[in-house]
Design a binder for this molecule. Sequence first.
Ligand SMILES: NC(=O)c1ccc[n+]([C@@H]2O[C@H](COP(=O)([O-])OP(=O)(O)OC[C@H]3O[C@@H](n4cnc5c(N)ncnc54)[C@H](OP(=O)(O)O)[C@@H]3O)[C@@H](O)[C@H]2O)c1
Length: 299
Amino acid sequence: MADKKVIVVFGVTGAQGGAVARALLADATFLVRGITRNPQQKAAQKLKKMGAEVVKADLEDAQSLEVALRGADGAFLVTDFWEHLSEEQEVAQGRRVADLAKQLALSYMVYSGLENIKQLTGGQLAVPHFDGKGRVEEYFQALGVPVTCIRVPSYFENFLTVFRPRKASDRDDYELALPMGNVPMDGMAVADLGPVVVTLMKEPEKYKGKTIGLSMDKLTVAEYAVLISKHTGKTIRDAKISLESYKMLGFPGAEELANMFRFYHMKPDRDVSLTQKLNPQARTFEEWITEQRTAFKNL
Ligand SMILES: NC(=O)c1ccc[n+]([C@@H]2O[C@H](COP(=O)([O-])OP(=O)(O)OC[C@H]3O[C@@H](n4cnc5c(N)ncnc54)[C@H](OP(=O)(O)O)[C@@H]3O)[C@@H](O)[C@H]2O)c1
């Protein structure tokens, strides 16, 4: 045990970090040090029981991060834009970890980034929850930290939450209101991210310096609707909502998400065969949805 390398996992009580920590624990090549602001919470305690070390630290507090990263060999970093909705805050958090990774000479990092859309589109389109992560990707690379940036597509799990089919106002069936027209949208189960990161951590030399767009399926909204209908017994249709109407839905983040969908129309680089190679057990949408019948029961 003493000779096992330590991997620090940020966001360990959340979707991405939780998946990564569980997969690293199951694989058992590395020791897992999970980071949370509140080690007493249930998700943190559960990971502790599974064998993770749980350390209290805050991405806002460099000193706590230094203690958390000291002695580690590598780290997985995800930052949460949605908690504060500030691009600058997300960039500052990411850079704080990048600076420490350099200072402490971590041998490898996996960073959950995304495209700097503002830069890619010459300022035409700004999507702060992507742009900030893109700036952090650039920062890691400029510092020369040995890093692989992964770009996670829309989680399949979003169909149970933010993209949940809604009851149609004038009918008995349900509608999927995602403004993608007939353009396919990439996705994967966030639960399947864990083994992807384990593969990277075990073969850093192969993937250092690369940026990898992940995806397990590229389906149109109509195709997602057909598969949800087929496996849940509910009738789901594509609401055929436009980007403009989506923007006007009025929930917090609607405009930000509408701009993200606009970017998705440009078909960002997401590589299904590489994702399958990194996690041969990762599920397609149909494989995932067959396991969700109960979750969709009370739509
Ligand atoms: N939803 C999607 O389809 C999708 C796709 C691609 C990328 N993303 C990106 O994924 C990110 C969110 O990741 P997630 O889904 O795993 O989030 P999540 O399930 O909401 O969990 C957020 C995690 O971040 C941690 N965290 C937040 N602020 C922190 C801070 N100041 N210091 C330390 N830890 C902090 C939380 O830890 P504690 O509360 O325990 O401290 C928690 O573990 C977002 O930035 C989003 O843009 C989402």
